[in-house]
Write a protein that binds this ligand. Structure first.
Ligand code: PXP
Length: 246
């Protein structure tokens, strides 16, 4: 069964729009995580960015104490954040590139450009009993390099697919890239997640991508929640994912 990891970053974005710098405020991302779990989410994802623009340290500690499913901690490969992750001990870390000026995570990690450094980081997390996922573009060079780092998972960046969804020919090219990347990763012994830009509209076509374990989805769920509530938004997404045969 294809699992849904709910990214609650943008619940915190809304809170920070009014309560930045204060200890509490609404909406509470931890309450959102618990509501998502009650609605059937299989995991919760949070990205502690170096600029703390949405999720803050306290949120991650509270998530670690409160949630009943798995905590997927998205993070840049930065010493301060690595230290924090080793202290808080999420179930899995997803290593992502991070740039201050970007609106959201723009591309995949350049694993092929930094294989030795990433292997050291993967080893530190593995020694601490924390699984590692590498957020990569569906690019054979990056997948091949990922397999040599010791990471357990890759998360395939679906942003290009989502961006081309309205153009049939370009969209099909992106689907083929995702299919090939998933097969390659699986063949190399990696487990395969996917995420970024996914919606109820574009998830059904992803059913042709084999070997997927989990989709990590955030922005669309929080957007839809404004109108129907988060539990309903999560249930709609689970319905779009149902029937995936792997
Ligand atoms: N996966 C990763 C690695 C991400 O960086 C993000 C965005 O924070 C997501 C999934 C979720 O993307 P979206 O908010 O577009 O659903």
């Amino acid at each position: 069964m294809l699992k849904l990891g709910v990214n609650i970053d943008h619940v915190a974005t809304l809170r920070q729009a009014r309560y930045r710098g204060l200890d509490a405020g609404e909406p509470d991302p931890v309450a959102a995580a618990l509501a998502a779990e009650d609605a059937g989410a299989h995991g919760i994802t949070a990205h502690l960015r170096e600029d703390r623009r949405h999720i803050v340290d306290r949120d991650v500690r509270r998530l670690r104490e409160s949630i009943r499913t798995r905590l997927n901690f998205e993070m840049a490969v930065a010493p301060e954040i690595i230290g924090f992750a080793l202290e808080v001990r999420p179930d899995i870390v997803c290593l992502v590139p991070e740039h201050r000026q970007e609106v959201t995570t723009e591309g995949g990690l350049d694993v092929a450009g930094n294989p030795a450094a990433l292997a050291v980081v993967c080893r530190r997390f593995a020694d601490a009993g924390i699984e590692v996922s590498l957020f990569v573009d569906p690019d054979p060079v990056q997948i091949e390099a990922s397999a040599r780092t010791g990471a357990r998972f890759v998360e395939l960046h679906t942003g290009a697919y989502a961006g081309q969804f309205g153009r049939k020919r370009e969209r099909n090219v992106e689907i083929e890239r995702l299919v090939a990347a998933a097969k390659q990763a699986h063949g190399l012994g990696l487990r395969v997640n996917a995420g970024h830009g996914l919606t109820v509209a574009n998830v059904p076509l992803l059913h042709v991508v084999p070997h997927l374990v989990e989709l990590n989805i955030g922005h669309t769920l929080v957007s839809r929640a404004v109108f129907v509530g988060l539990p309903q938004a999560v249930r709609e997404m689970l319905a779009a994912m149902a029937g995936y045969s792997g």
